[in-house]
Design a protein around this ligand. Structure first.
Ligand SMILES: Cc1cc2nc3c(=O)[nH]c(=O)nc-3n(C[C@H](O)[C@H](O)[C@H](O)COP(=O)(O)O)c2cc1C
Length: 241
């Protein structure tokens, strides 16, 4: 039963591997944390949705304001975004950034914004928009290389994206060396506990610095990881050579 104070936490997962992917493993912990605090949670797998490319026609600004000419699944997703208190953009890292499925979806965000530009003295421009003013934006990603630096371009894009929407990026939940997430026992088990805690905190006072530090702690030596993975990859290649 929904009450007026209940937070709505909406996640978009753009992995083509959907619920079987590494990104889903981390996201599931985050959403479970939010649900444990009584939040309404919903995860949308963008790969299952019909999302056409933005045509750049600007009809949604100057011909039919707020309405895109495409008839696909995006308007219904926008309705959900307008209701959300927290939005998680969850993407696997593809070629140092968000994958194309996520980018295609984000390119379609224009109907939620007004064309008018607001210039801020830090040099960033934003658009007035219809989403909740205290909306919390969270980035969540996994990648195959070891080390958090791999996510730098993605984090910058997510920060700027939130700013253009007049907000800021509340937190980034980033898990490198993602194959280790499927290992039993999982070397990142403690870090995943902190992700659960982040999910709890995001619907309260916000994700604390201690929690960010907790889930960001390294869980493998990068040299050992690369050596082990390369040895495994060599065995796979030998099978087909
Ligand atoms: C096309 C493609 C590009 C990738 N690019 C990168 C990359 O630039 N850096 C990296 O560390 N991992 C890269 N990866 C690995 C994925 O980020 C990693 O396996 C991720 O955890 C997959 O998440 P998923 O299982 O949820 O789809 C790439 C994978 C694919 C298929």
């Amino acid at each position: 039963m929904k009450n007026a104070d209940q937070k709505y936490v909406l996640a978009f997962n753009s992995s083509p591997r959907k619920e079987k992917g590494f990104t889903a493993m981390v996201l599931e912990r985050f959403m479970a944390g939010a649900a444990s605090e009584g939040a309404e949670t919903e995860t949308i797998y963008l790969a299952s949705k019909k999302i056409a490319d933005c045509l750049g026609c600007t009809w949604c600004w100057f011909k039919t304001p707020g309405v895109c000419r495409h008839k696909d699944d995006v308007p219904a997703l926008h309705e959900k975004m307008l209701r959300a208190d927290v939005i998680i953009h969850a993407t696997p890292l593809y070629i140092c950034n968000m994958n194309a499925i996520m980018k295609r979806f984000l390119d379609r965000i224009m109907p939620l914004a007004e064309p008018y530009q607001e210039y801020h003295d830090d040099g960033v421009c934003s658009h007035p928009h219809d989403q909740k003013p205290d909306l919390r934006h969270v980035l969540l990603s996994t990648c195959g290389f070891p080390g958090l630096r791999n996510f730098d371009p993605l984090v910058l894009a997510a920060e700027r994206m939130a700013e253009v929407g007049g907000g800021h990026l509340h937190a980034a939940v980033l898990f490198p060396s993602s194959v280790l997430l499927a290992r039993d026992p999982c070397p990142a088990a403690e870090q995943l506990e902190y992700v659960f805690r982040a999910g709890r905190e995001v619907v309260g006072d916000g994700i604390s610095e201690e929690t960010v530090q907790g889930y960001s702690r390294p869980y493998v030596d990068p040299h050992a990881y690369v050596d082990e993975l390369n040895a495994f990859f060599r065995t796979l290649r030998e099978k087909i050579d």
